[in-house]
Design a protein around this ligand. Sequence first.
Ligand code: UD1
Ligand code: UDP
Length: 367
Amino acid sequence: MKALVVFGTRPEAIKMCPLVLALQRDDAIETKVCVTGQHREMLDQVLEIFRVVPDHDLNIMRPQQTLELITTAVVENMGAVLEAEKPDVVLVHGDTTTSMAAALASFYHQIPVGHVEAGLRTYNIYSPFPEEMNRKLISALSTYHFAPTETNRAALEREGVEQGVHVTGNTVIDAFQYTTYDSYEFVSPALAAHDFGQPTILMTAHRRENLGAPMEHICDAVNELCRRHPDLRVVYPVHLNPAVRNTVFPKLQDNPQVTLCDPVDVQDMHNAMARSVLVLTDSGGLQEEAPHLGKPVVVLRTETERPEAVEAGTAVVAGVQTDSIVDVVDTILTDKETYERMAEAINPYGDGHASERIVALLKEYFA
Ligand code: UD1
Ligand code: UDP
């Protein structure tokens, strides 16, 4: 059996590399990796950590690229890769435009698609944008659907997707076995210099629907929280998208309680999270990782496709208004009971063996 794994952005790489390594460990499977290069530096950071060397690199990234450009560049360039490799199955992940376009190209070549992290939904096609639509399109294009949770499986079932659906857990939890160590030394100079003895919020924000005014409101909330809590520190590795950086740096760079830095590698990120008191984020992956480390998550969005964390009591959706963010974070920081309840909640996203389950299922299908 020959599997072609395709990904292009940082979060896909973090969640697909454990699966690539599990596939490579199995002698019955020939594994090929194609990266689209939708991200460059942020993707390469992950490949290095997991020591995954792609067989194909489409290298498509352009500054402030449009969705049209990503889609057409991936569809067009995937053709030659699929022709050359002739895989039995193409594995894509989640909801990026890389994944949607790679699934479409595979369909055009009549090669079955396996969708890792299937069945997440907000039921709002503009939030997250364009990811919610990407998810629906990938579900329609896929033959195998590896759903992290029972909630995700049920969402697929409601849409009439019942064949080839399996609950596996999320491969993001598998990634921790490659990243966290007891005595860890940070690579990023900003993290190495940071005193995690001070209560620290680890923060990220990058989503397309948060660019502009919402991002400004988020930064205003951070400044207000720092004013209310003089001992608080905020560490924010800022996404390389200029549309993010052009808002965040002018708003936060002069705040002495805030450390802004370039994106850090995933080992640094996981270990920084482990040393922080709380995670403030619009990221999907961080909503799954923080509960694994027993850290409360405040979600900088109006809805989430990860209701399991909210139901488990480990995440709160705070919206993108300054006041609501300040109120939610303030309560968690000042009310010990609320904090402990959130920190002690059970992580609903898996046991760290999702990749092995996916490999076993693929072998059953292709035996
Ligand atoms: C993409 C995904 C989003 C995912 C996010 C993870 C889509 C439509 N969006 O959004 O689902 O949550 O990745 O981070 O698929 N850039 C660099 N170097 C890098 C990466 C990005 O310079 O290594 C800059 C470039 O100017 C690029 C811009 O960031 O054009 C935006 O990147 P893009 O992949 O289009 O969007 P993201 O917001 O990263
Ligand atoms: N991450 C990282 N370095 C950073 C910021 C995030 O390694 O500077 C990791 C984070 O731990 C998680 C993933 O990147 O595994 C999340 O990616 P991102 O927020 O870009 O995308 P999303 O999850 O929202 O799709």
